[in-house]
Design a protein around this ligand. Structure first.
Ligand code: ADP
Ligand code: MG
Length: 237
């Protein structure tokens, strides 16, 4: 297993946000964490990224226990709903920024940016500023800022929530195609069951800080294990 979450729990004061979470994800898998607002999805993603420390449990990437490592040493990138591009920087400069943080030399960085722009169809837009891009193009730059570091795992926290419905459909297909091309696991948080169904290999249904089921998406949809899952996945958003 490429990414493993072992018996992870997280408490904030007296509140238990996550408890007894186990999850094993293979290298070529697209996994959605699907659940209602407040169920603990973002907390779980932040624990994987290293932005939060688990109260108990471990996170392993490619066999290595990374629980004690800071985010930048984990080889993980994260894309957020509010993608917050630097408005005063071009696409190229936005992509360069994370590479500067890694102290990559100029030539390697330019090569990496070119690679990233090719994959994300941003080559013709490299010198534009964010306000000269459509919503979908901006979202691709946000993805690029994650991918440009060539992460071992990409985490996405409701990245399409601010886009309109039609664009969202296109981006779902695009994001899935990037995952297939790159061959790394994508862990995709959403509260939208249609999104989870169209994009994922497997779905982890998150409810009240626990994983209610983790299985191939067809199993989750066709044979819901619990009443909660039946109700939640049966609901259209
Ligand atoms: P989701 O992403 O599924 O909507 P979150 O992981 O953001 O859920 O939050 C899960 C629960 O943990 C919520 O009740 C939230 O209020 C709580 N929570 C998250 N982060 C903190 C924090 N830093 N301090 C206290 N409570 C938190
Ligand atoms: Mg969230």
């Amino acid at each position: 297993m490429y990414l493993q979450i072992k018996d992870v729990s997280k408490t904030f004061g007296t509140f238990t946000a996550l408890s007894g979470v186990d999850l094993s994800i293979e290298k070529n898998e697209f996994v959605s964490l699907l659940g209602p607002s407040g169920s603990g999805k973002s907390t779980l993603l932040r624990l994987i990224a290293g932005l939060e420390q688990p109260t108990t449990g471990q996170v392993l990437i490619d066999g290595q226990d990374v629980t004690a490592l800071p985010p930048y040493q984990r080889g993980i990138a994260m894309v957020f709903q509010d993608f917050l591009l630097f408005p005063h920087m071009t696409v190229r400069e936005n992509l360069l920024f994370p590479l500067r943080m890694l102290r990559m030399n100029r030539d390697d960085a330019e090569e990496r940016i070119d690679w990233c722009c090719r994959i994300l169809s941003l080559t013709a837009l490299k010198d534009r500023f964010p306000n000269q891009l459509s919503g979908g193009q901006q979202q691709r730059v946000a993805l690029g800022r994650g991918l440009v570091c060539r992460p071992k795992v990409l985490l996405l926290d409701e990245p399409l929530a601010n886009l309109d419905r039609e664009l969202r459909r296109d981006m779902e297909i695009e994001i899935r195609s990037y995952q297939i091309q790159l061959g790394i696991p994508f862990v995709y948080v959403t509260h939208n069951q249609e999104e989870a169904l169209s994009m994922s290999d497997k779905i982890a249904v998150v409810n009240k800080g626990g994983i209610e089921d983790f299985a191939e998406k067809s199993a989750v949809y066709d044979r819901p294990k619990t009443r909660f899952i039946a109700q939640f996945v049966g609901r259209s958003n």
